[in-house]
Write a protein that binds this ligand. Sequence first.
Ligand SMILES: Cc1cc2nc3c(=O)[nH]c(=O)nc-3n(C[C@H](O)[C@H](O)[C@H](O)COP(=O)(O)OP(=O)(O)OC[C@H]3O[C@@H](n4cnc5c(N)ncnc54)[C@H](O)[C@@H]3O)c2cc1C
Length: 383
Amino acid sequence: MKIELTSQQQAAQVEFKTFANTALFPFADQFDRDECVPNSVIAQLAGRKYLSAIIPEEFGGLGTDMITYGLLTEEIGRACSSTRSLLTVQGMVSYAILRWGKPQHKQTWLPRLADGRTLAAFALTEPNIGSDAKHIETMVEAQADGYVITGRKKWITFGQVADLFLVFAQDQGKASAFLVERNTPGLTTIPMKGLLGTRASLVAEVHLDHCVVPKENLIGGLGLGFSTIALSALDLGRYSVAWGSVGIGQACLEASLKYASERQQFGERLKQHQLIQEMIANMVVQVKAARLLCYHAGYLKDIGDMNATAETLIAKYFASGMVPRVASDAVQIHGGNGCGSDYPVQRYLRDAKVMEIIEGSNQMQQVMISRNAFADYAGQPAA
Ligand SMILES: Cc1cc2nc3c(=O)[nH]c(=O)nc-3n(C[C@H](O)[C@H](O)[C@H](O)COP(=O)(O)OP(=O)(O)OC[C@H]3O[C@@H](n4cnc5c(N)ncnc54)[C@H](O)[C@@H]3O)c2cc1C
């Protein structure tokens, strides 16, 4: 078995890295302080069609394979996890439309999502409902000429500026998914400030007060919102967060290698102290292991393997679990400087922690991974 990028994937990786190093990396701490990824950066991502790279070329996107999408997510996530989070949600909504939308949804929205004329947000979580997403409280009621949606969404990434929301709402316990445009009467957003991490990702509460949407804004069938649309979009979201975690881990490693090579204590560079070497070795191994799990999940997605979703859970669980430890060691290697604002590692630690919570908390990943393991076991012939 050979794990090797194609020449196109290698070229794309160089392009993504160059962009991230010049357009994001030097400015990411400022975005974090400003709690905002600026429009000028979003415009650059849009111009390169990075915002939703998986959209097929026929709809104006890059039509990347999943490995290339992963490489993009790693590089953007290495430079700025808040910017990565825009790619994650834009990708999730695009994917839901691509997979479950009607032809007119695709014709209308995919070219706009591909070139950034439309920014999208994924609105599932609510003040009272997070992990138990099957039981959302936002209500939808069918009327002769459309649907009326009423409820509250919380923690919606890029909700402050999104033009289009994929909103999940239920009728008699059955959730459905709807496209709701920002200018819909009754829709308001309230910025959420002072977050632990991904502070620049323009997170908002979304209030829907009797928002009337046309019948054709239903995505997929009535009652299929959670079981098909949310779960398949979350599968892509987890893949993106897994790669984004690898990106933060790689950033931690690079910052630590640099610092340990330059800083001297006890007459020696930090890198010559064995306890520092131990932390570096663990960082190298953890980041590489997570990246390999991501490659595996991406490869299975690209070949349409039925285990792709299960392997994505594992990649997300491992990658997002390793990255707070790696980021904590990066801060440790930087000592007092790791706690200050002159070095980015404190941001990496804050951004890393978020990864264990989003797209399904790591406890939820554990529940699903173990459920899959028992299902596999039950399917095996008795020993
Ligand atoms: C920065 C950020 C951005 C986000 N962006 C979005 C977004 O764009 N769209 C969106 O819809 N949501 C978004 N979210 C919400 C996120 O998906 C939820 O926070 C997450 O699913 C967890 O839900 P909760 O916060 O309600 O925690 P809860 O579900 O209340 O869980 C609290 C704790 O209990 C644990 N727990 C819950 N149930 C169980 C169980 N059965 N067994 C063991 N442990 C359990 C959880 O793992 C967690 O540790 C975002 C969150 C953050 C922090």
